[in-house]
Design a protein around this ligand. Structure first.
Ligand code: TRH
Length: 383
């Protein structure tokens, strides 16, 4: 069971590829597994890992075999096959997984959600007409889920990240904040309400320095600034507020960005999880879904996250996060949220330590595969 295949389609943005790439690297590095990552759009992967050449059909990068996944791809399946986020595997592959001896363990890695039904569905078999047994696998925030991706040395590395490391990292990005600035990373979806926030930051007595990787929020900021483009390296000021466009960094460096900032605005799934491991106050722009289904997911996460926080700070967080995600004016909710800063910082560290007591996602997947193969060996005599 040393061979693992991870299949991934880039639906939109970077999250699907981001999670698959992170998982692939961790399984290869920490569990010495032979991992192949099949990805339909290696260009997205190149953004996260510039060593990837999108034109190559097969390549080795960071100990992982990266394979461009297109129509007609025929490969002998691995012992463990992970289909990420319900991407559909080709029928020929499914038949080959069933014909394999022993048949491949088939796992459907699902999206992250804090909703309570996740615990009931985690590891449930998914009935199949053909092919081997498939299992749902849910990442999550409790012991009754698959946990979150967390590299073995992640929290140690964060602890060892010094002020000098931070200065060095920021300098490489061309960032040189004035002393005492509140550094904020801004990686969110489009949001009209950012204008109201920039308005108050601009008048605030504290000095805010926003670092904005080029992306979906750029247009809203450009509109507020009254500029056509926001190119890397550009710096705009308004009162005490500085807005700086920074390049999209490789995935490992994104952690350094989060650790360097005092507040992180994150989105989707993977940056949302990394912000939690950064142990800093953050704001989650959840991926918007039809019928506002995402608001229930947001509330479900906040029920866990705010559990150890003071009542007023928790209410302020609920309001500010709610206003951001409903694209409402932010003046009042920001003013109240900001007052609870010490509580927000304490809670961020508390939550990070609480999560770190649970096994990580890669580890729990590796354990599942091990026990599944062991059970099979017990049930099926070798001759
Ligand atoms: O990009 P996202 O919005 O991705 C997703 C997808 O939209 C997906 O379809 C959806 O279902 C999911 O969200 C919920 O956000 P996410 O998940 O945070 O992924 C961003 C990735 O980009 C993450 O791996 C971190 C990485 N990143 C860098 O490597 N460098 C950077 O400079 C930045 C800003 C991000």
């Amino acid at each position: 069971m040393k061979s693992w295949d991870i299949f991934c389609t880039a639906i939109d943005n970077f999250g699907d590829v981001g999670v698959s790439w992170r998982l692939a690297r961790q399984l290869a590095h920490e569990f010495a597994l032979d991992v192949r990552l099949f990805v339909d759009d290696p260009q997205v992967l190149e953004l996260l890992c510039p060593e990837v050449s999108p034109s190559l059909p097969i390549q080795w990068v960071s100990g992982v075999q990266v394979i461009r996944w297109g129509a007609g791809l025929e490969v002998a399946p691995a012992a463990v096959v992970i289909e990420t986020f319900g991407c559909r595997l080709p029928d020929t592959l499914i038949s080959a997984m069933a014909a394999r001896d022993p048949a491949s363990l088939w796992i459907n890695l699902e999206y992250l959600s804090a909703e309570s039904w996740v615990e009931d569905c985690h590891c449930l078999p998914s009935p199949q007409v053909t092919g081997p047994q498939k299992y749902f696998y849910f990442p999550g925030f409790t012991e009754r889920t698959g946990g979150l991706l967390r590299e073995k040395d992640l929290l140690l590395k964060r602890q060892q990240f010094t002020q000098a490391d931070k200065r060095h990292f920021l300098r490489k990005l061309g960032v040189d904040p004035s002393p005492g600035s509140v550094l904020v990373s801004v990686f969110t979806y489009e949001n009209e309400s950012i204008a109201s926030w920039l308005e108050i930051l601009c008048r605030d007595e504290s000095r805010f320095h926003l670092l904005v990787p080029t992306g979906r929020i750029s247009k809203n900021i450009q509109r507020w600034l009254g500029v056509e483009v926001l190119a890397h390296g550009e710096i705009h000021s308004c009162g005490q507020l500085t807005i700086q466009a920074i390049p999209f960094v490789r995935q490992e460096d994104y952690d350094l960005l989060l650790w360097s900032c005092d507040l992180n605005l994150v989105r989707g799934e993977d940056s949302f999880v990394r912000a939690q491991w950064a142990g800093k106050p953050f704001l989650w722009h959840i991926y918007p879904q039809e019928g506002n289904a995402h608001l229930e997911k947001l509330a479900a996460f906040l029920r866990y996250y705010l559990d150890g926080m003071g009542v007023e700070a928790a209410a302020a967080t609920q309001r500010f996060w709610g206003d951001w995600n409903r694209q409402k004016a932010l003046q009042e909710s920001w003013a109240v949220w900001q007052k609870h800063w010490p509580d927000l910082e304490r809670n961020a560290e508390r939550w990070c330590s609480q999560l770190a007591r649970q096994p990580g996602l890669a580890e729990s997947l590796a354990r599942l595969a091990q026990s599944w193969y062991k059970r099979r060996a017990e049930i099926t005599p070798p001759f």
